[in-house]
Design a protein around this ligand. Structure first.
Ligand code: 0A1
Ligand code: ZN
Length: 884
């Protein structure tokens, strides 16, 4: 095994080492002379010693990375070389600065060589920036940390013909023509901001424009900047933006605070999008949508990400983070807000189900793996590695816990207080909790543990009915398994929203806890604060079925509910989340039994209750097709694997396939009837009800195709006739599993869509996620396809990410070739785009979840990655923690 060289191993940054900055920046005037090979950036910073700094004589240190220094002046006078030093890390230090100084620097950078897409880079001949978390230091020398907030003015000069559009943060403040075919534009951002929110976009772009009138009557110009030809794909993004602006005014009182809101879409982007002040930069995937190229899921992604970035204007930009350990202060809160928004646009229950599904698929495994970390981490080597499901999704769940604990009204007062206290400044997670506590008068100190402790708590319930006393005692227990660096866990405050159903009739019962005067109807919340708590219910006429964790009231695993209780809840509970979840947990329990039988070499058997549930679901589907569509499919392979001590991806896949075939055959008539009844009639619409009908119909088709050739023919017909990408892709993903239909359908799809890069991504993904035997080899081959490139993050994710994270059966192929191809790709990608490489390596780190010999093969590939020369900090961190 490659022993990490401790002398050169990258250093970790620790939360407790935080110190206030030595200098503050009152203003930053930047000038860009744009050129892909040699852009010159002139910066004038007005710097002032921070009165709150601990060391009143500390040197002035400015971050920098890969900058060629062309000139430097202090207070207008050239600064001698003896008065400053350039560090090996690229930083600039002035050992003896005066307390107030004006520092001018001129640097050269090469945007076209920037393949990491951090800092200023080119894509498709245009210029874009990405500065979160630490990209601004690749543009100019600056204290590149979020607690330094500055007023920026930006002037951009560039060739007018090649770069007709010149954008930056804030409001436009002048434009004109210069010499030699150049032109210029000036932007002023009146709001102080940290450097990570800086943005510049320049190039040959066209705008789709609209406007929004704020609640105080100001008109804001809205522009979405795209490449010519993409204008017809911006309507849904614009509509989502306007709805987000309105919602944030209505629900939180937050009004937009500039004259213009610009969004620029770019094909080369490491993440989803970025909330730069007044100039959001978006991955095209989360802007561009029209019915024939985007699926319902894509439309939902556009709505969510547009809302998310817009909501950051107040939670993130106006109030920002003191340091990167506080990342969830803006991300958890903003995800919570975008989840609330999307819930309000359609069905709250269905939205909640989807969010929980996402949390379980991505965050629970992270919390159980080598990269497990608290929502507020204690240390990191590379901050890019901490833009995680834990910081985002679990962070949002923790905000929701506070919301549940104090109620919506107090939460709103808490938000007002938080902004009143911290507007235009950099805050901490503690500040947020303090505002919620002060506004509500509720002691929230115990909730701090949710931010400090990693791992998913496991909750068990035990009920005891005393017939003579008509008393039901519910005992709840919690336990959190150890995570790296945190062997001992403390109990957390867990709100358990619940009710009691009558076991016989399935009806909801009023509940009265011992000591209460009156019974309550409907859901109530019990607080489990210690390792164990007992709740005694009085006047319970018959043995009840407890319905627990309604609405998924806490991010925990509720374990060990008896099968008969799950069945009652799945059929009868009044809470839609619990109804859905109980159905899934029931199916999971049955399937895990089948997996065990398969491993013993026994026939898998069949539980007719599963087919009955499908029939019952279809019979009641008209009332809420979107809910029915969530309840119809069997639990996913990942969800099942997570419930086993050691995963067995092959057994899980075979059992699931067997069951889908069996249910498809047994319920064929009902499935077919629903499929036909829901045949599309009108034009495409992305509203929740229409999406629900399409999802339900495609879920029926999936069962029918699993059952045999009749279903496959139906899929082929849908593939040929469908007018929207949702239905085309649903059919194609089924056809791709068939040796007979797959190749022709895939070829036709590629021929039709080869010119649309987001659709070509789908073509790669479908093949990467196929259960067919040759998939790993096919993924290798596809890396040599002329449309594949390691340089485009969307393409990398669509092929390699989809294979490693979305196809457990074939990724964990016994030959080990899946692991080897992933390691090869990580090693090749790391020098090009380290942050995407570090994300890609993640699945190999989960080797402890597999049984030998798979675990050993995975570990060896991870060692091979770690041994690669000049490995980036980020990939080093992921690989070394995976092996620790
Ligand atoms: N703040 C953005 C996410 C983001 C983070 C890092 C990036 O580049 C390395 C880009 C975007 C958000 O929450 O949407
Ligand atoms: Zn965000």
């Amino acid at each position: 095994m490659a022993a990490p060289d401790t002398a050169t191993a990258p250093r970790a940054i620790h939360r407790l080492d935080y110190r206030p900055p030595a200098f503050l920046v009152d203003s930053a005037d930047l000038h860009f002379d744009l050129d892909p090979a040699a852009t010159v950036v002139r910066s004038t910073l007005v710097l002032r010693r921070n009165p709150k700094a601990e060391d009143r004589h500390a040197p002035l240190r400015l971050d920098g990375e890969g900058l060629t220094l062309l000139g430097i002046k202090v207070d207008g006078v050239p600064f001698p070389k003896t008065h400053y030093t350039l560090g090996e890390d690229g930083s600039l230090t002035v050992p003896n600065p005066s307390d107030i100084l004006v520092l001018e620097t001129e640097v050269r950078i090469a945007p076209e060589e920037n393949t990491a897409f951090s800092g200023l880079y080119t894509s498709g001949g245009n210029f874009y920036t990405q500065c979160e978390a630490e990209g601004f230091r690749r543009i100019t020398f600056f204290p590149d940390r979020p607690d330094v907030m500055t007023r920026f003015t930006v002037a951009i000069t560039a060739d007018k013909a090649r770069y007709p559009v010149l954008l930056s943060n804030g409001n436009p403040a002048g434009a004109g023509d210069g010499e030699g075919g150049k032109h210029w534009a000036k932007w002023e951002d009146p709001h102080p901001k940290p450097s990570y929110l800086f943005a510049l976009v320049a190039g040959d772009l066209v705008a789709v424009s609209d406007y929004f009138t704020t609640k105080s009557g100001r008109d804001v110009v809205l522009n979405i900047w795209v490449r010519a030809g993409d204008e017809d794909k911006c309507a849904y993004a614009m509509d989502s933006l306007k709805r987000s602006m309105k919602w944030d005014e209505e629900v939180y009182g937050f009004e937009y605070d500039l004259d213009v809101f610009n969004i620029a879409a770019v094909s080369d982007f490491n993440m989803g999008a970025m909330e730069n002040k007044g100039l959001n930069v978006f991955n095209t995937k989360f802007v561009l949508a029209k019915p024939d190229t985007a699926t319902d899921g894509d439309y939902q992604g556009v709505e969510t990400v547009i809302a998310h970035e817009y909501f950051h204007n107040w939670t993130g930009n106006r109030v920002t983070c003191r340091d990167w350990f506080q990342l969830s202060l803006k991300e958890g809160l903003t995800v919570f807000r975008d989840q609330q928004f999307s819930g309000d646009q359609g069905s709250r229950a269905v939205k909640r189900i989807r969010d929980v599904r996402g949390l379980r698929a991505a965050q629970f495994p992270e919390d159980a793996g080598p990269m497990a970390h608290p929502v507020r981490p204690d240390s990191y080597i590379e901050i890019d590695n901490f833009y995680t499901p834990t910081v985002y999704q679990k962070g949002a769940e923790v905000v929701r816990l506070l919301h549940t604990r104090i109620g919506a009204q107090a939460f709103r007062r808490g938000m007002d207080l938080y902004v009143e206290r911290h507007d235009n400044s950099a805050a901490t997670i503690e500040d947020f909790r303090a505002a919620m506590q002060d506004a509500s008068g509720v002691d929230l100190s115990a909730f701090a543990k949710w931010y400090e402790q990693a791992g998913t708590p496991e909750v068990t319930a035990e009920g005891e009915y005393d017939e003579a006393a008509r008393r039901y005692t519910l005992t709840l227990r919690q336990k959190t398994p150890p995570t790296p660096g945190q062997p001992e866990k403390r109990p957390l405050p867990i709100p358990v929203a619940m009710g009691l159903l009558d076991a016989g009739t399935g009806r909801e019962q009023p509940t009265r806890l011992q000591g209460e005067n009156e019974a309550r109807t409907g859901t109530r919340t019990l607080m489990l604060e210690d390792a164990e708590a007992r709740f005694v219910f009085e006047d319970v006429p018959a043995p009840p079925v407890p319905s627990l964790l309604r609405g998924f009231s806490a991010p925990v695993k509720l374990k060990g509910l008896p099968l008969d209780q799950l069945r009652t809840l799945a059929a009868r509970d009044t809470d839609p989340f619990t109804r859905w979840d109980s159905g899934q947990q029931y199916a999971a329990a049955v399937m895990l039994g089948m997996v065990a039988a398969h491993r013993r070499g026994e026939p898998p058997g069949f539980d007719p209750a599963l087919a009955e549930a499908v029939r019952a679901n279809l019979a009641g589907a008209d009332a809420d097709p979107a809910f029915a569509a969530e309840a119809l499919p069997l639990p996913g392979e990942g969800f099942l694997a997570d419930q086993m001590d050691l995963a067995d991806p092959e057994a899980i896949h075979l059992v699931r396939r067997h069951l889908r075939r069996r249910i498809g055959a047994e319920c064929a008539d009902a499935l077919r009837e629903t499929y036909e009844r829901l045949a599309d009639t009108g034009p495409y619409s992305p509203d929740g009800a229409s999406i629900g009908r399409r999802s339900l119909r495609n879920a029926c088709l999936a069962y029918l195709a699993a059952a045999g050739e009749d279903g496959m023919r139906l899929a082929r017909a849908q593939f040929d006739a469908a007018a929207n990408m949702t239905d085309v892709l649903a059919a194609l993903s089924l056809l791709a599993e068939s040796e007979e239909h797959g190749p022709a359908a895939l070829a036709a799809f590629h021929a039709r869509w080869r010119g649309d890069e987001l659709v070509v991504d789908k073509w790669f993904s479908i093949q990467a996620m196929s259960a067919q035997a040759g998939t790993a080899a096919r993924v290798r081959e596809l890396q040599r396809h002329p449309d594949f490139s390691l340089r485009n993050p969307n393409r990398v994710r669509s092929l390699l990410g989809a294979f490693a994270s979305g196809n457990p059966y074939r990724f964990h192929n016994r030959s080990g070739e899946g692991y080897a191809l992933l390691a090869d790709a990580v090693i090749a990608l790391d020098p090009i785009n380290a942050s995407t490489a570090a994300r890609l390596v993640g699945p190999l780190g989960l080797w402890r979840r597999q049984a030998p010999p798979l675990s050993g093969m995975m570990r060896r590939e991870l060692e091979r990655v770690l041994a690669a020369p000049n490995l980036s900090k980020g990939t080093y961190e992921k690989a070394s923690k995976g092996l620790a």
